[in-house]
Design a protein around this ligand. Sequence first.
Ligand SMILES: *Cc1c(COP(=O)(O)O)cnc(C)c1O
Length: 349
Amino acid sequence: MNTNFDLNGLVRPNVAKLKPYSSARDEFQSTGTEMVFLDANENPFQTDVNRYPDPQQRTLKAELAKIKGVAQENILLGNGSDEVLDLIFRAFCEPKIDNVITLPPTYGMYAVLANINDVENREIELTPGFQPNISNILEVVDRNSKIIFLCSPNNPTGNSFSEEGVLDILENFSGLVVIDEAYIDFSKHPSWLKKLQTYPNLVITQTLSKAYGMAGIRLGICYASKEIIGVLNKIKPPYNVNELSQLRALKRITNMDEVKQEVAIILEERTRLFKALLDVKFIQKIFESDANFILIKVDDATKRYSEMLEMGIVIRNRTTQPLCENTLRLTVGTAAENDRLIKALKAIN
Ligand SMILES: *Cc1c(COP(=O)(O)O)cnc(C)c1O
């Protein structure tokens, strides 16, 4: 438990006062009987998408709630996790006054969103073992620190944060602790979802962009207390998840066997790729991965990146990130793609 947590004190005053826009679909939902909908100025002729989508995505949330073992009232959906993260900034961080804490090297969007929202970003580097530096984090926290972003498994390092470290932050920080679990389905560690009831300051984000194979539909998920979800619901655009995305997501998550099969293959491929990388001479270190990518340290990342491009293979150069000098990030592809990757790496050796 974190006994110092006070949600009302965290929400921006303008958001606390806000009366949200009430859409036509908020005011009247279909009850299943034959109603005539003349309330939203839609075109009445059928195109399959002539009606506005459900602003609360009830069908999709019901299915997600079942799969994840979370109540629907603890879920908010967004146009990718990027929208979810932006909503969290806008609900809790007063521009020019509040600050957030991020732990580089990590996902670049936290810093970008802090900049867009004009919120100070206090960056506390991970330890050399890529774990949160707890004492340094708690030292920079002040009363305007609203959010700490933890990415676990972390992008681009690929490792998960230790349970003790995360617990330390959850127990000792009275702002929001956002754990970005974009890669959780590839991890040997369990999700933090089961701790949602224990920690009122815990916010978890997930996405359909990685393990679920749906980056194109932009579907991000936020799990938090009913109260936090209520705040985010107040400020989200009414129809932020479009009808096509809702339908495609539903179709995919009602076929979880397929998703699990693909994840299993990616994990096997990750192991195979890891072993093959051991034979590439210019690779100096291969970092253990809990995600669908592997970070490697090489002799000259920029040179190797260009050579790989010439071989027709696009990887990510992470050399400018702190603690990531001369590193490259390799996404695990299909077996055939990984074969090409390995062949190319050996060819430029
Ligand atoms: C890829 C990724 C996401 C996904 O963002 P979407 O907007 O949902 O596609 C979120 N967080 C991290 C750390 C990622 O690497």
